[in-house]
Design a protein around this ligand. Sequence first.
Ligand code: ARG
Length: 447
Amino acid sequence: MREINASIAIDKRLWREDIAASRAHAAMLGRQGILSEADARAIDEGLAEVGLEIGAGNLAEDPSLEDIHMHVEHRLAALIGEPAGRLHTARSRNDQVATDFKLFVRRAIDEAIAGIGALEAVLIDRAEEHAATVMPGFTHLQSGQPVTLGHHLMAYREMLTRDRSRFSEARARMNESPLGSAALAGTGFDIDREATARALGFDRPTANSIDAVSDRDFVVDYLHAAALTSVHLSRLAEEIVLWASQPFGFVRLPDAWSTGSSIMPNKRNPDAAELVRGHSARIIGDHVALLVLLKGLPLAYAKDLQDDKPPLFDAHDLLGLSLAAMAGMIADLEFVPERMRAAAAAGHATATDLADWLVADAGVPFREAHHIAGHAVAAAEDAGKALDQLSLDELRTVDDRIDARVLPRLSVEASVAARRSAGGTAPERVGQAIAAARAAMAAREGQ
Ligand code: ARG
């Protein structure tokens, strides 16, 4: 029983939150006259001392004391004696653990938002550096149309922006204090829940005591936001793995971010990117674990809820590492623009530009223009050339409405420069997107 029941090895990570919430509770009990002023003060000073001890690494774990809440109270009793026994007046471990865990998750959200911001800043810097660098844009992992590397990197910045808003929405939704809900029914003591909520930085107390002790939606919200963020990081990681491979050669992984092989001296393996990709699987598993944990639970508290912590701690640790590693890798990646440009030009990637020119400058309907451009691609294949290397005569054999004006339009640089529509890949649009992203970043920092 002791072994299955104990959670101290895991929930000791809540010690800061446990002490903060207990101090807020004791101070409120003192102000309400539920505790004497002397007892409230003794408890407060004792809890501060317990915090110093644990902070210094002196927590004597004892599985028979079950969890962090009992450890803190037990140590408090050893330090201050009888008043310690009054701390648990008008509360239960059920509202206590919900409060502690919310405080932890709230901090985890703040850390995730900071980590996302740091990665975003790196992406924006690299995008600015490569606003006009041409690379192949893919659909089906086949070269489709040339794009700019800056535009591609800024696509990830968009994902991260949504991730950040998911975290901040979760934070706003969860920020209600369960403290004072007691075991599940509330309490007969004249407590002041507004005061403890305010002291702990919550917006207000929760509205229903039964919900407050059994709600773990805030954990699910965190895990959903974390899982989706990790999926975005995993997609970026996958691109780094692909791009660093010899057939692509779009990036060179710096030494600091690659590992060797124990047998093949030539290897530079993208282990960090692969682990970011792998960690995403674990974070998704953590999200699923919480949903499944909750789905069959009747109200209110059941001990299953003790198993809410390992998935959250795991996801929080893995997400923090993944964000930091990704920011480091992106900052240090050496892009190889020559390889990207060569790949962008392969596969007659400007065929759409020929079709667009026929539409815009020769009045040809798009469907027919598409057909003609297809013939031009076939002619280029037959001649063993790239589309943009065909002579005007060769192009005119395909369709005599083609004239010399089209020739400068078929380079990859002209192709990306032409895609000036809002949200498009043209370097000038990428520049605008970067300016807007920087302005949003500055506005957030000014808040
Ligand atoms: N260690 C417990 C948890 O994490 C604390 C709450 C215990 N409550 C109870 N009714 N047994 O959930």
